[in-house]
Structures are given as C-alpha cells and as structure tokens.
Design a protein around this ligand. Structure first.
Ligand code: SF4
Ligand code: FES
Length: 256
C-alpha cells in the first residue's frame, strides 16, 4: 500500500509528458554593481522537467534558493520579448528555450545579452537599443489630407512587409551582432527591421526620411552580413534579407 508521501515522490519524479525529472546545473553570470567588483559565475542545482523552459528553472532558483537573482520576464510565452538572454552561448528567449534542447547533462550557462550595460545579473540597460528604434521613426508617416475612411491596402502590398511586423523588440538580434559589440553607435538589426516595416508599407510616405537616417555612417552600411541576427531571432524574421532590401532601396532610390 502506498502512502501519501510515496505518492507525492512518485508524481514529482516525472514531468508533464511523463518524462523523468532530472537535476540540472544552471551556471549564471551574477553581477550586483553595489557589491561586486566584477561579474562572476554561480552554479545552482535545480530539479527540472526536461520539457520545461529554462525560465522555469530561473524562477525555481529565485523562489527557492536565492531571491536576489534578477532577470526580466513578463508573458512567459514568447510574446513580450523581455527575457532575451545568452543561454549556452546563444541569444534566446528563456521562455522558449527548453531544458532538453540545452545539453542538460552539462552545466547550462545563462548570462546577459552582450553589448548593453549590465544593470544587475541578467538585466541590461535597454535604452541605447530603444533609442535606435525611436530614431528610425517606427510609426506611419502620411502626408496630405486625412482620409475619411481607413487607409486601404491590397493583400499583396500588406504581404510585402509582413515578415518585419513580427518583431517583438527582444534585442536578441542586435546584441548578437559583432558590429554592435564593437561599436554601440551602430543602429543594429532590430532598428533596421522596424524601419523596413514602414519603408515598404504602401500607405507610408516616410520612406525617404528613414532611408536618409539609415544612410548614416552608423546606419545600414555597417552590416557585415554575418547572419548572427537572423539565427538569433526567436520570431524567425529574415533579418539579413530585410537589411539587404533596405540597402537596395538606398542604392536604387526605389521602394518596391
Ligand atoms: S528582429 Fe527578431 S531578434 Fe530582433 S528584436 Fe525583433 S524579434 Fe527580437
Ligand atoms: S517572457 Fe515574454 S517573451 Fe519571454
């Protein structure tokens, strides 16, 4: 006859999909500027369902082992873009990275995204990233009289920029870009993606304005086509292609 305690142990020994739970090591780059001279790695042992996300393990560490661990997250479902971090050396959303895909028999490393100042642990100062985003005027610019009804657009015209509408501003692309690491002034792929979204929108009249902004020495020509951004994007946006299309529009002065 099994006791209540035994039943509890049995249930907790397997995860949601009936896959056995495992003990993993999460190696986190910690940094508290108020007390630490430099960042340092700390290992945490966590019981994890292999099919769960690394975000769940971070929650477990924070709630059960060390409440001072600091990271951003909101939706936990790949929508808000707030939990981009460098996991096992690659930029990913913690809420989409599954333990089983991260070689969990070795320590899983978690560190902040690179190229932006670290405020604490996994939290970086996103302001330079958002400034570049604001600089490309990510809103509809329309001249002439206000229409009396909504601005109509054909399905074909809408499809032209569909891919770049998917951006969730997570910064995984920009902070995986070697040009951005060496020159924080570079607009970065995310800003170019969001400029693309409006440059190729048939309802918008601001394409020339935005193209001139991206013609800057820190603009689109700094891209060295390393594809890091495209590989890092959790939304699967063809970022390198979008950048190439903006370059082509600048050369030909035609937006098609
Ligand atoms: S383009 Fe992709 S990786 Fe870059 S900010 Fe947008 S969603 Fe994130
Ligand atoms: S928490 Fe919102 S995208 Fe991961």
């Amino acid at each position: 006859m099994s006791t209540a305690v035994e039943e509890h142990v049995e249930t907790s020994a397997s995860g949601k999909a009936g896959i056995p739970m495992m003990t993993i090591t999460v190696r986190i780059r910690r940094y508290n500027p108020e007390v630490d001279a430099a960042p340092h790695w700390v290992d945490y042992q966590v019981t994890a369902d292999p099919t769960a996300r690394i975000l769940d393990s971070l929650h477990k560490i924070k709630w059960e082992q060390d409440g001072s661990l600091t990271f951003r997250r909101s939706c936990a479902h790949g929508v808000c873009g707030s939990d981009a971090m460098r996991i096992n050396g690659k930029n990913r959303l913690a809420c989409k990275a599954l333990v089983k895909d991260l070689n969990p028999t070795s320590a899983i490393t978690v560190e902040p995204i690179q190229g932006l100042p670290v405020l604490k642990d996994l939290v970086v100062d996103m302001e330079p990233f958002f400034q570049a985003y604001r600089d490309v005027k990510p809103f509809l610019i329309a001249h002439g009289n206000e229409p009396t009804r909504e601005r109509i657009q054909s399905q074909k015209d809408r499809d032209r920029f569909d891919d770049t509408t998917k951006c969730i501003l997570c910064a995984a692309c920009t902070t995986s870009c070697p040009v951005f690491w060496t020159d924080g002034q570079y607009f970065g792929p995310a800003a170019i993606v969001n400029a693309h979204r409006f440059i190729f929108d048939s309802r918008d009249d601001g394409a020339n304005e935005r193209l001139e902004i991206l013609n800057d020495r820190e603009g689109v020509w700094r891209c060295r086509t390393t594809f890091n951004c495209t590989e890092a994007c959790p939304r699967g946006i063809q970022i390198t292609q979008a950048i190439a299309e903006v370059k082509r529009a600048l050369i030909t002065r035609r937006v098609i």
